[in-house]
Ligand binder design. Structure first.
Ligand SMILES: [Zn+2]
Length: 267
């Protein structure tokens, strides 16, 4: 029997959404996270991955910096993402679904920690970082990780790599949303929860205030596209900005119920 869209939606579970801090805090100029604003002031940022669980399914969003690079950079407060996931009872080595929001080293670097996972990434994001020579130029090279770019090349053509064009529901109640701006084709993750739709926006905003004051970070690929991404995400949560979660916001660690060390429940 073919179910209607409405029946499928009714079947989707309410998921729980967790933020897992794996590095930081890092002190940055405010101007880094809010474009050209308050150069003299500073703000704390943290590095996170996220986990979504419900109806027997576990999905991980982003995979952090890989341990080798973290050691090389002496990354402050670093704990390997698989170790943080284990605190929530999740074994990275058997996770089946991994969303890569964008191919920066702090989001895509830990790919090898998830050897069994289907890896969901936007086609345009993949093509830029893996194939476009411009991605090897300095502004891009300094935020990517060549080791992981090789691992992504190796995945090409395998059924573990799921290339996405635009918006797509990948599991009942879990939808990927194309939200470019910070990178050529960053994707956010919209999740059905008991509190309504939550959106893990990753670095579509580095801090939550970006959604409130309509100002992206200083790491820009496409500024008009970024502003349209903000409109799209606000609409997705029906204007309830409290359901939009920014990629490096300290409040995810500090203001939500703690369920394990450096792990909080967002929704
Ligand atoms: Zn980031």
């Amino acid at each position: 029997m073919i179910m209607s869209k409405a029946a499928e939606a009714a079947e989707a579970p309410d998921y729980s959404v967790y933020a897992l801090k794996y590095a930081g805090p890092f002190v940055s100029s405010v101007a880094k996270v809010l474009l050209d604003t308050d150069w003299e002031k500073t703000i704390d940022r943290y590095y996170y991955i996220w986990a979504v669980q419900g109806g027997g399914t576990t999905l991980v969003v982003d995979c952090g910096v890989r341990p080798g690079l973290a050691a090389q950079k002496n990354l402050k407060g670093y704990v390997s993402p698989d170790v943080v996931l284990a605190r929530l009872g999740i074994t990275a080595a058997v996770v089946e679904h991994l969303v890569i929001t964008h191919i920066h080293q702090d989001h895509a670097g830990g790919l090898a920690l998830f050897p069994k996972a289907k890896v969901y990434v936007q086609t345009k994001e993949f093509a830029f970082w893996v194939d476009d020579p411009v991605a090897q130029r300095r502004p891009f090279a300094k935020v990517s990780d060549p080791v992981v770019l090789d691992q992504l090349r190796d995945l090409r053509g395998s059924d573990r790599l799921v290339l996405i064009d635009g918006d797509r529901e990948i599991l009942p109640g879990i939808e990927l949303l194309l939200t470019p701006g910070h990178t050529p084709a960053l994707q956010s993750v919209a999740v059905k929860t008991a509190k309504g739709v939550a959106v893990l926006a990753s670095d579509c905003a580095h801090v939550h205030q970006s959604f409130v004051i309509d100002l992206p970070s200083s790491l820009v690929c496409d500024l008009p596209g970024w502003m349209r991404s903000y409109s799209k995400l606000r609409e997705k949560v029906g204007g309830n900005l409290g359901m939009l979660f920014a990629g490096h916001d300290r409040d995810m660690l500090l203001k939500y119920p703690r369920v394990a060390e450096d792990v909080t429940r967002l929704a």
